[in-house]
Design a protein around this ligand. Structure first.
Ligand SMILES: [Zn+2]
Ligand SMILES: [Zn+2]
Length: 492
Protein backbone atom coordinates (compact mmCIF):
# COMPACT_ATOMS: atom_id res chain seq x y z
CA UNK A 1 0.00 0.00 0.00
CA UNK A 2 1.18 3.48 -0.85
CA UNK A 3 1.95 5.85 1.98
CA UNK A 4 -0.19 8.56 0.42
CA UNK A 5 -3.16 6.19 0.45
CA UNK A 6 -2.56 5.44 4.09
CA UNK A 7 -2.38 9.14 4.90
CA UNK A 8 -5.69 9.75 3.12
CA UNK A 9 -7.23 6.76 4.77
CA UNK A 10 -6.18 7.90 8.19
CA UNK A 11 -7.22 11.51 7.65
CA UNK A 12 -9.37 11.20 10.73
CA UNK A 13 -6.88 9.91 13.16
CA UNK A 14 -6.88 10.35 16.84
CA UNK A 15 -4.79 8.83 19.52
CA UNK A 16 -5.76 9.29 23.12
CA UNK A 17 -3.41 8.22 25.83
CA UNK A 18 -5.43 7.48 28.93
CA UNK A 19 -3.89 6.93 32.33
CA UNK A 20 -3.28 3.27 33.08
CA UNK A 21 -4.78 3.77 36.54
CA UNK A 22 -8.27 3.43 35.07
CA UNK A 23 -8.34 -0.27 34.26
CA UNK A 24 -11.46 -0.11 32.11
CA UNK A 25 -10.30 2.71 29.83
CA UNK A 26 -8.15 1.79 26.84
CA UNK A 27 -4.63 3.22 26.72
CA UNK A 28 -5.13 4.07 23.04
CA UNK A 29 -8.20 4.87 20.98
CA UNK A 30 -7.67 5.23 17.23
CA UNK A 31 -10.20 6.31 14.64
CA UNK A 32 -10.08 6.02 10.87
CA UNK A 33 -12.11 5.66 7.69
CA UNK A 34 -12.30 3.15 4.90
CA UNK A 35 -13.82 4.04 1.48
CA UNK A 36 -14.60 2.21 -1.75
CA UNK A 37 -11.13 3.14 -3.01
CA UNK A 38 -9.72 0.67 -0.49
CA UNK A 39 -11.93 -2.22 -1.67
CA UNK A 40 -9.95 -5.50 -1.84
CA UNK A 41 -6.89 -4.04 -0.12
CA UNK A 42 -5.14 -4.40 3.22
CA UNK A 43 -4.85 -1.27 5.31
CA UNK A 44 -2.48 -0.93 8.23
CA UNK A 45 -3.29 0.86 11.46
CA UNK A 46 -0.03 1.35 13.37
CA UNK A 47 0.20 1.76 17.11
CA UNK A 48 3.15 1.84 19.49
CA UNK A 49 3.45 -0.51 22.44
CA UNK A 50 5.79 0.49 25.28
CA UNK A 51 8.38 -1.69 27.04
CA UNK A 52 7.38 -4.11 29.78
CA UNK A 53 3.91 -5.07 28.57
CA UNK A 54 2.63 -8.53 29.49
CA UNK A 55 -0.75 -8.47 27.74
CA UNK A 56 -2.26 -6.57 24.85
CA UNK A 57 -5.98 -6.47 24.12
CA UNK A 58 -7.46 -4.90 20.98
CA UNK A 59 -11.04 -4.17 20.00
CA UNK A 60 -11.96 -3.25 16.43
CA UNK A 61 -15.41 -1.91 15.52
CA UNK A 62 -16.72 -0.12 12.42
CA UNK A 63 -19.84 1.40 10.95
CA UNK A 64 -21.69 0.41 7.79
CA UNK A 65 -22.12 -3.29 8.41
CA UNK A 66 -25.82 -3.02 7.59
CA UNK A 67 -24.92 -1.24 4.31
CA UNK A 68 -22.79 -4.11 3.07
CA UNK A 69 -19.42 -3.15 4.56
CA UNK A 70 -17.27 -5.96 5.86
CA UNK A 71 -13.82 -5.40 7.31
CA UNK A 72 -11.36 -8.09 8.34
CA UNK A 73 -8.78 -7.94 11.13
CA UNK A 74 -5.32 -9.31 11.82
CA UNK A 75 -2.16 -8.07 13.48
CA UNK A 76 1.58 -7.94 12.88
CA UNK A 77 3.91 -7.26 15.81
CA UNK A 78 7.33 -5.56 15.42
CA UNK A 79 8.87 -8.94 14.58
CA UNK A 80 6.31 -11.29 13.06
CA UNK A 81 2.81 -12.10 11.90
CA UNK A 82 0.73 -12.46 15.06
CA UNK A 83 -2.70 -13.64 13.89
CA UNK A 84 -5.65 -13.15 11.57
CA UNK A 85 -9.30 -13.51 12.50
CA UNK A 86 -10.84 -12.09 9.33
CA UNK A 87 -14.38 -11.02 10.05
CA UNK A 88 -15.02 -13.64 12.72
CA UNK A 89 -13.95 -11.64 15.81
CA UNK A 90 -13.89 -7.99 16.76
CA UNK A 91 -11.59 -8.32 19.77
CA UNK A 92 -8.49 -10.29 20.72
CA UNK A 93 -5.91 -10.55 23.45
CA UNK A 94 -2.30 -11.72 23.21
CA UNK A 95 0.14 -12.41 26.03
CA UNK A 96 3.23 -14.47 26.66
CA UNK A 97 1.18 -17.53 27.65
CA UNK A 98 -2.13 -17.29 25.81
CA UNK A 99 -4.03 -15.61 23.06
CA UNK A 100 -7.52 -15.52 21.62
CA UNK A 101 -7.92 -18.31 19.05
CA UNK A 102 -6.72 -16.96 15.64
CA UNK A 103 -3.85 -15.21 17.47
CA UNK A 104 -0.44 -16.42 18.60
CA UNK A 105 0.77 -16.24 22.20
CA UNK A 106 4.27 -14.94 22.84
CA UNK A 107 6.09 -11.94 24.27
CA UNK A 108 4.39 -8.59 23.76
CA UNK A 109 7.32 -6.96 21.99
CA UNK A 110 7.72 -3.21 22.44
CA UNK A 111 7.61 -1.08 19.30
CA UNK A 112 5.31 -0.52 16.36
CA UNK A 113 2.48 -2.99 15.95
CA UNK A 114 0.22 -2.87 12.89
CA UNK A 115 -3.41 -3.83 12.94
CA UNK A 116 -4.22 -5.28 9.52
CA UNK A 117 -7.59 -4.23 8.17
CA UNK A 118 -8.72 -6.20 5.14
CA UNK A 119 -11.50 -4.72 2.99
CA UNK A 120 -13.48 -7.54 1.32
CA UNK A 121 -16.70 -5.54 0.96
CA UNK A 122 -17.54 -1.83 0.78
CA UNK A 123 -20.01 -0.31 -1.67
CA UNK A 124 -19.57 2.74 -3.89
CA UNK A 125 -20.28 5.88 -1.86
CA UNK A 126 -19.98 4.13 1.50
CA UNK A 127 -17.66 5.40 4.22
CA UNK A 128 -16.90 3.03 7.07
CA UNK A 129 -15.67 4.65 10.25
CA UNK A 130 -13.72 2.39 12.48
CA UNK A 131 -12.49 2.57 16.06
CA UNK A 132 -9.54 0.65 17.43
CA UNK A 133 -9.20 0.43 21.20
CA UNK A 134 -5.97 -0.89 22.70
CA UNK A 135 -5.45 -1.93 26.30
CA UNK A 136 -2.21 -3.16 27.79
CA UNK A 137 -1.03 -4.42 31.14
CA UNK A 138 2.48 -3.90 32.36
CA UNK A 139 4.44 -6.75 33.92
CA UNK A 140 3.99 -6.65 37.68
CA UNK A 141 1.15 -4.16 37.50
CA UNK A 142 -1.32 -6.59 35.97
CA UNK A 143 -4.86 -5.68 37.00
CA UNK A 144 -6.37 -8.17 39.41
CA UNK A 145 -8.87 -9.25 36.77
CA UNK A 146 -6.46 -8.86 33.88
CA UNK A 147 -5.84 -12.55 33.49
CA UNK A 148 -9.44 -13.69 33.29
CA UNK A 149 -10.59 -15.84 30.40
CA UNK A 150 -14.11 -14.41 30.66
CA UNK A 151 -14.57 -10.65 30.78
CA UNK A 152 -18.14 -11.08 32.05
CA UNK A 153 -19.18 -13.20 35.04
CA UNK A 154 -20.19 -16.71 34.05
CA UNK A 155 -23.22 -16.24 36.29
CA UNK A 156 -24.52 -13.12 38.03
CA UNK A 157 -25.65 -13.10 41.62
CA UNK A 158 -24.35 -13.94 45.07
CA UNK A 159 -24.42 -17.67 45.79
CA UNK A 160 -22.41 -20.60 47.07
CA UNK A 161 -20.35 -21.79 44.10
CA UNK A 162 -18.71 -25.22 43.96
CA UNK A 163 -15.27 -25.83 42.53
CA UNK A 164 -12.01 -27.77 42.38
CA UNK A 165 -8.84 -25.73 42.90
CA UNK A 166 -6.13 -28.29 42.19
CA UNK A 167 -5.87 -30.35 39.02
CA UNK A 168 -3.27 -31.36 36.43
CA UNK A 169 -3.47 -31.96 32.68
CA UNK A 170 -1.08 -33.07 29.98
CA UNK A 171 0.60 -29.67 30.32
CA UNK A 172 2.33 -31.25 33.31
CA UNK A 173 2.03 -34.81 34.63
CA UNK A 174 -1.68 -35.38 34.00
CA UNK A 175 -2.17 -38.42 31.80
CA UNK A 176 -5.06 -40.54 30.59
CA UNK A 177 -5.93 -43.26 28.09
CA UNK A 178 -6.09 -42.26 24.43
CA UNK A 179 -8.87 -43.51 22.13
CA UNK A 180 -6.84 -46.67 21.47
CA UNK A 181 -5.80 -47.08 25.11
CA UNK A 182 -2.29 -45.62 25.03
CA UNK A 183 -1.15 -43.51 27.98
CA UNK A 184 -0.99 -39.92 26.73
CA UNK A 185 -0.71 -36.39 28.14
CA UNK A 186 -4.34 -35.67 28.97
CA UNK A 187 -5.90 -32.78 27.01
CA UNK A 188 -7.31 -29.85 28.97
CA UNK A 189 -10.72 -30.31 27.37
CA UNK A 190 -11.31 -33.57 29.29
CA UNK A 191 -10.66 -31.87 32.63
CA UNK A 192 -13.26 -29.18 31.92
CA UNK A 193 -15.73 -31.76 30.65
CA UNK A 194 -15.32 -33.91 33.76
CA UNK A 195 -15.80 -30.86 35.99
CA UNK A 196 -19.09 -30.07 34.26
CA UNK A 197 -20.21 -33.69 34.66
CA UNK A 198 -19.37 -33.40 38.36
CA UNK A 199 -21.64 -30.34 38.66
CA UNK A 200 -18.85 -27.88 39.43
CA UNK A 201 -19.17 -24.14 38.85
CA UNK A 202 -15.44 -23.31 38.66
CA UNK A 203 -12.07 -24.97 38.33
CA UNK A 204 -8.47 -23.86 38.59
CA UNK A 205 -6.08 -25.89 36.45
CA UNK A 206 -2.77 -25.95 38.27
CA UNK A 207 -0.13 -27.63 36.15
CA UNK A 208 3.34 -27.75 37.69
CA UNK A 209 5.28 -24.49 37.20
CA UNK A 210 4.29 -24.00 33.59
CA UNK A 211 1.95 -21.44 32.08
CA UNK A 212 1.38 -23.34 28.83
CA UNK A 213 -2.14 -24.54 29.67
CA UNK A 214 -3.60 -21.03 29.65
CA UNK A 215 -3.81 -20.91 25.88
CA UNK A 216 -6.02 -24.02 25.89
CA UNK A 217 -8.09 -22.60 28.75
CA UNK A 218 -8.66 -19.38 26.84
CA UNK A 219 -9.86 -21.38 23.86
CA UNK A 220 -12.14 -23.56 26.03
CA UNK A 221 -13.79 -20.87 28.16
CA UNK A 222 -16.33 -19.72 25.53
CA UNK A 223 -17.46 -23.32 25.01
CA UNK A 224 -17.67 -24.05 28.75
CA UNK A 225 -19.84 -21.01 29.35
CA UNK A 226 -21.31 -22.38 32.59
CA UNK A 227 -17.93 -23.32 34.11
CA UNK A 228 -15.51 -20.62 35.22
CA UNK A 229 -11.92 -21.45 34.27
CA UNK A 230 -9.43 -19.84 36.65
CA UNK A 231 -5.75 -19.67 35.72
CA UNK A 232 -3.64 -21.52 38.27
CA UNK A 233 -0.27 -23.19 38.46
CA UNK A 234 1.37 -25.31 41.12
CA UNK A 235 4.64 -23.65 42.07
CA UNK A 236 6.60 -26.83 42.64
CA UNK A 237 9.82 -26.34 44.59
CA UNK A 238 12.21 -28.55 46.54
CA UNK A 239 10.78 -26.98 49.71
CA UNK A 240 7.07 -27.32 49.11
CA UNK A 241 4.26 -26.85 46.62
CA UNK A 242 1.93 -23.86 46.41
CA UNK A 243 -0.87 -23.07 43.99
CA UNK A 244 -1.09 -19.55 42.63
CA UNK A 245 -4.48 -18.51 41.28
CA UNK A 246 -5.61 -15.50 39.31
CA UNK A 247 -2.66 -14.52 37.15
CA UNK A 248 -1.31 -15.81 33.86
CA UNK A 249 2.09 -14.19 34.38
CA UNK A 250 5.07 -16.47 34.81
CA UNK A 251 6.24 -16.78 38.41
CA UNK A 252 9.70 -18.18 38.94
CA UNK A 253 9.60 -21.41 40.93
CA UNK A 254 13.33 -21.92 41.53
CA UNK A 255 13.02 -21.29 45.28
CA UNK A 256 16.33 -21.40 47.10
CA UNK A 257 18.39 -20.48 44.04
CA UNK A 258 19.44 -17.20 42.53
CA UNK A 259 16.25 -15.88 40.93
CA UNK A 260 14.13 -16.76 43.99
CA UNK A 261 16.51 -16.97 46.97
CA UNK A 262 13.77 -16.75 49.60
CA UNK A 263 10.06 -17.28 50.09
CA UNK A 264 9.78 -13.51 50.57
CA UNK A 265 10.93 -12.92 46.99
CA UNK A 266 8.40 -15.46 45.70
CA UNK A 267 5.55 -13.94 47.71
CA UNK A 268 6.53 -10.45 46.49
CA UNK A 269 6.29 -11.68 42.91
CA UNK A 270 2.89 -13.28 43.53
CA UNK A 271 1.57 -10.09 45.13
CA UNK A 272 2.87 -7.96 42.26
CA UNK A 273 0.92 -10.13 39.82
CA UNK A 274 -2.22 -9.95 42.01
CA UNK A 275 -2.08 -13.72 42.45
CA UNK A 276 -3.51 -15.64 45.37
CA UNK A 277 -1.15 -18.26 46.83
CA UNK A 278 -2.25 -21.41 48.65
CA UNK A 279 0.17 -23.80 50.37
CA UNK A 280 -0.58 -27.28 49.05
CA UNK A 281 -0.81 -30.59 50.92
CA UNK A 282 1.20 -29.23 53.86
CA UNK A 283 0.61 -32.41 55.88
CA UNK A 284 2.47 -34.67 53.46
CA UNK A 285 6.00 -35.58 54.55
CA UNK A 286 8.83 -34.35 52.34
CA UNK A 287 11.52 -36.76 51.25
CA UNK A 288 12.73 -39.05 48.50
CA UNK A 289 9.23 -40.47 47.97
CA UNK A 290 7.88 -37.05 47.22
CA UNK A 291 10.58 -34.39 47.20
CA UNK A 292 9.29 -31.05 48.37
CA UNK A 293 5.76 -32.28 48.99
CA UNK A 294 5.50 -31.06 52.57
CA UNK A 295 6.14 -27.43 53.39
CA UNK A 296 9.76 -26.94 54.52
CA UNK A 297 10.70 -23.58 52.96
CA UNK A 298 12.83 -21.82 55.58
CA UNK A 299 11.75 -18.44 56.98
CA UNK A 300 8.22 -18.63 55.58
CA UNK A 301 6.25 -15.68 56.94
CA UNK A 302 2.91 -17.41 57.47
CA UNK A 303 1.28 -14.03 58.08
CA UNK A 304 1.61 -13.59 54.30
CA UNK A 305 -0.04 -16.95 53.56
CA UNK A 306 -3.77 -16.41 53.14
CA UNK A 307 -4.86 -19.83 51.93
CA UNK A 308 -3.92 -23.41 52.76
CA UNK A 309 -4.99 -26.64 51.10
CA UNK A 310 -6.25 -28.40 54.23
CA UNK A 311 -7.75 -31.27 52.23
CA UNK A 312 -5.81 -32.74 49.30
CA UNK A 313 -7.59 -35.57 47.47
CA UNK A 314 -8.58 -38.30 49.87
CA UNK A 315 -6.30 -36.99 52.66
CA UNK A 316 -9.02 -35.35 54.77
CA UNK A 317 -8.10 -37.43 57.81
CA UNK A 318 -5.05 -39.32 58.94
CA UNK A 319 -1.34 -38.64 58.89
CA UNK A 320 -1.23 -36.74 55.60
CA UNK A 321 -4.16 -34.44 56.36
CA UNK A 322 -3.37 -30.76 56.09
CA UNK A 323 -6.03 -29.89 58.67
CA UNK A 324 -3.70 -30.13 61.74
CA UNK A 325 -1.04 -28.01 59.97
CA UNK A 326 -3.70 -25.40 59.18
CA UNK A 327 -5.08 -25.53 62.74
CA UNK A 328 -1.54 -24.96 64.05
CA UNK A 329 -1.39 -21.66 62.16
CA UNK A 330 -4.87 -20.68 63.38
CA UNK A 331 -3.69 -21.39 66.92
CA UNK A 332 -0.81 -18.94 66.31
CA UNK A 333 -3.45 -16.28 65.74
CA UNK A 334 -3.38 -16.22 61.95
CA UNK A 335 -6.39 -16.09 59.66
CA UNK A 336 -5.85 -18.54 56.80
CA UNK A 337 -8.61 -19.90 54.57
CA UNK A 338 -8.77 -23.69 54.36
CA UNK A 339 -9.55 -24.97 50.88
CA UNK A 340 -9.58 -28.38 49.22
CA UNK A 341 -8.25 -29.68 45.92
CA UNK A 342 -8.54 -33.03 44.19
CA UNK A 343 -4.94 -32.97 42.83
CA UNK A 344 -6.41 -34.89 39.90
CA UNK A 345 -3.86 -36.25 37.43
CA UNK A 346 -6.29 -38.14 35.17
CA UNK A 347 -9.50 -36.49 34.03
CA UNK A 348 -11.03 -39.86 33.15
CA UNK A 349 -11.04 -41.43 36.61
CA UNK A 350 -14.54 -41.84 37.95
CA UNK A 351 -16.15 -40.01 40.86
CA UNK A 352 -15.63 -42.02 44.02
CA UNK A 353 -12.02 -42.86 43.17
CA UNK A 354 -9.21 -41.07 45.00
CA UNK A 355 -8.32 -37.72 43.43
CA UNK A 356 -11.33 -37.75 41.10
CA UNK A 357 -12.16 -34.25 39.88
CA UNK A 358 -14.34 -32.55 42.51
CA UNK A 359 -13.11 -34.76 45.40
CA UNK A 360 -12.97 -32.71 47.52
CA UNK A 361 -15.04 -29.74 46.38
CA UNK A 362 -14.34 -26.24 47.69
CA UNK A 363 -17.54 -24.23 48.06
CA UNK A 364 -17.23 -20.43 48.04
CA UNK A 365 -19.76 -17.73 48.85
CA UNK A 366 -19.17 -15.26 46.04
CA UNK A 367 -20.92 -12.15 44.73
CA UNK A 368 -20.88 -13.67 41.24
CA UNK A 369 -19.31 -16.51 39.31
CA UNK A 370 -16.27 -14.55 38.12
CA UNK A 371 -12.57 -15.01 38.72
CA UNK A 372 -12.15 -11.88 40.84
CA UNK A 373 -15.27 -12.57 42.95
CA UNK A 374 -14.44 -16.24 43.59
CA UNK A 375 -10.86 -15.37 44.60
CA UNK A 376 -12.15 -12.56 46.85
CA UNK A 377 -14.56 -15.06 48.48
CA UNK A 378 -11.67 -17.44 49.13
CA UNK A 379 -9.47 -14.66 50.51
CA UNK A 380 -12.35 -13.67 52.83
CA UNK A 381 -12.69 -17.23 54.13
CA UNK A 382 -16.30 -17.58 53.01
CA UNK A 383 -15.57 -21.19 52.24
CA UNK A 384 -16.46 -24.73 53.26
CA UNK A 385 -14.98 -27.99 52.04
CA UNK A 386 -17.15 -30.93 50.98
CA UNK A 387 -14.70 -33.85 51.10
CA UNK A 388 -16.90 -36.20 49.04
CA UNK A 389 -17.68 -33.55 46.42
CA UNK A 390 -21.42 -34.10 46.47
CA UNK A 391 -23.77 -31.91 44.46
CA UNK A 392 -25.69 -30.41 47.37
CA UNK A 393 -24.06 -31.09 50.73
CA UNK A 394 -23.43 -27.88 52.61
CA UNK A 395 -22.23 -26.42 55.90
CA UNK A 396 -22.66 -22.75 56.71
CA UNK A 397 -21.41 -21.32 59.99
CA UNK A 398 -22.51 -17.86 61.04
CA UNK A 399 -22.54 -15.87 64.26
CA UNK A 400 -24.60 -13.07 65.77
CA UNK A 401 -23.85 -10.83 68.71
CA UNK A 402 -25.94 -7.72 69.25
CA UNK A 403 -25.91 -5.91 65.92
CA UNK A 404 -22.85 -7.74 64.66
CA UNK A 405 -23.19 -10.58 62.21
CA UNK A 406 -20.38 -12.75 60.89
CA UNK A 407 -20.14 -15.43 58.25
CA UNK A 408 -17.33 -17.97 58.49
CA UNK A 409 -14.09 -16.20 57.58
CA UNK A 410 -15.26 -12.94 59.13
CA UNK A 411 -13.95 -11.30 62.27
CA UNK A 412 -16.34 -10.30 65.02
CA UNK A 413 -15.42 -7.93 67.83
CA UNK A 414 -17.06 -8.88 71.11
CA UNK A 415 -16.35 -7.50 74.53
CA UNK A 416 -16.01 -9.63 77.67
CA UNK A 417 -19.25 -11.08 79.07
CA UNK A 418 -21.03 -10.75 75.73
CA UNK A 419 -22.65 -13.90 74.38
CA UNK A 420 -22.17 -14.90 70.75
CA UNK A 421 -24.78 -17.14 69.18
CA UNK A 422 -23.48 -19.41 66.42
CA UNK A 423 -25.75 -21.02 63.83
CA UNK A 424 -24.82 -24.17 61.96
CA UNK A 425 -26.85 -24.81 58.84
CA UNK A 426 -26.21 -28.09 57.06
CA UNK A 427 -27.73 -30.07 54.23
CA UNK A 428 -27.51 -33.71 53.13
CA UNK A 429 -25.85 -34.81 56.38
CA UNK A 430 -28.21 -37.59 57.55
CA UNK A 431 -26.55 -39.93 60.06
CA UNK A 432 -23.64 -37.56 60.67
CA UNK A 433 -22.74 -35.41 63.66
CA UNK A 434 -21.18 -32.00 64.18
CA UNK A 435 -18.09 -31.01 66.10
CA UNK A 436 -17.25 -27.52 67.28
CA UNK A 437 -13.53 -26.70 67.30
CA UNK A 438 -12.74 -23.76 69.57
CA UNK A 439 -9.08 -22.73 69.52
CA UNK A 440 -8.20 -26.23 68.34
CA UNK A 441 -10.22 -28.08 70.98
CA UNK A 442 -13.00 -30.38 69.74
CA UNK A 443 -16.40 -30.71 71.40
CA UNK A 444 -19.59 -32.29 70.14
CA UNK A 445 -22.17 -30.01 68.57
CA UNK A 446 -25.15 -30.43 70.88
CA UNK A 447 -28.19 -32.28 69.61
CA UNK A 448 -28.84 -35.69 68.12
CA UNK A 449 -27.41 -37.23 64.98
CA UNK A 450 -28.47 -35.21 61.93
CA UNK A 451 -31.67 -36.18 60.11
CA UNK A 452 -32.26 -35.90 56.33
CA UNK A 453 -32.95 -32.48 54.81
CA UNK A 454 -31.89 -29.05 56.04
CA UNK A 455 -30.53 -29.11 59.59
CA UNK A 456 -30.12 -26.04 61.78
CA UNK A 457 -28.39 -26.02 65.18
CA UNK A 458 -27.22 -23.19 67.37
CA UNK A 459 -24.70 -22.93 70.17
CA UNK A 460 -23.44 -20.05 72.25
CA UNK A 461 -20.06 -18.78 73.32
CA UNK A 462 -19.48 -16.48 76.25
CA UNK A 463 -16.80 -14.02 75.16
CA UNK A 464 -13.95 -13.10 77.49
CA UNK A 465 -12.99 -10.28 75.14
CA UNK A 466 -9.89 -12.17 73.97
CA UNK A 467 -9.14 -13.60 70.50
CA UNK A 468 -10.71 -16.94 69.65
CA UNK A 469 -11.20 -19.12 66.60
CA UNK A 470 -14.43 -21.09 66.33
CA UNK A 471 -15.08 -23.53 63.52
CA UNK A 472 -17.25 -26.56 62.77
CA UNK A 473 -16.72 -29.97 61.16
CA UNK A 474 -19.25 -32.61 60.25
CA UNK A 475 -18.21 -36.24 60.43
CA UNK A 476 -19.95 -39.49 59.52
CA UNK A 477 -20.69 -42.41 61.86
CA UNK A 478 -17.19 -43.79 61.26
CA UNK A 479 -15.67 -40.43 62.26
CA UNK A 480 -14.59 -39.48 58.72
CA UNK A 481 -14.48 -35.77 57.91
CA UNK A 482 -17.26 -34.89 55.46
CA UNK A 483 -17.62 -31.12 55.78
CA UNK A 484 -15.26 -28.47 57.14
CA UNK A 485 -16.29 -24.84 57.61
CA UNK A 486 -13.77 -22.04 57.95
CA UNK A 487 -13.71 -20.29 61.32
CA UNK A 488 -15.51 -17.28 62.62
CA UNK A 489 -12.77 -15.24 64.27
CA UNK A 490 -13.47 -13.42 67.51
CA UNK A 491 -11.34 -10.37 68.29
CA UNK A 492 -8.60 -11.30 65.81
ZN1 LIG B 1 1.85 -30.95 44.82
ZN1 LIG C 1 -0.66 -31.14 42.34
Amino acid sequence: MKVSGLQRLLAVWLALVVGAACAQEPQLTLHGEVRRAQFMSYQEVPFDVPEGVSRLTVEFTYTGHDHGTNLDMGVIDPQRFRGWSGGNKHTFTVSESDATPSYLPGPVVAGRWRLLVGVPAIREGSVAQYTVKVWWQKVGTDAASGSTFSQKPIREGAAWYRGDLHMHTGHSDGSCASESGARIPCPVFLTAQAAVARGLDFIAITDHNTTSHYDAMRELQPYFDKLLLIPGREITTFYGHANVFGTTQFIDFRLGTKPVPTMKVLLDEVDAAHGLLALNHPGVPSGEQCMGCGWTAPNTDFARIHVMEAVNGADADGEKSGVPVWQQQLDRGLRITAIGGSDNHNALIKPGQNNAIGSPTTVVYSTSLSESAILAGIRAGHVFIDTDGTKGRSLILSAVSGNEHALMGDVMHVAADVTVTFTVEANDVAGMHGEVITDGKHSMLEGSIFAPGKQVRTFTFASDGKPHTVRVEIRDAAGKLKLLANPVYLNR
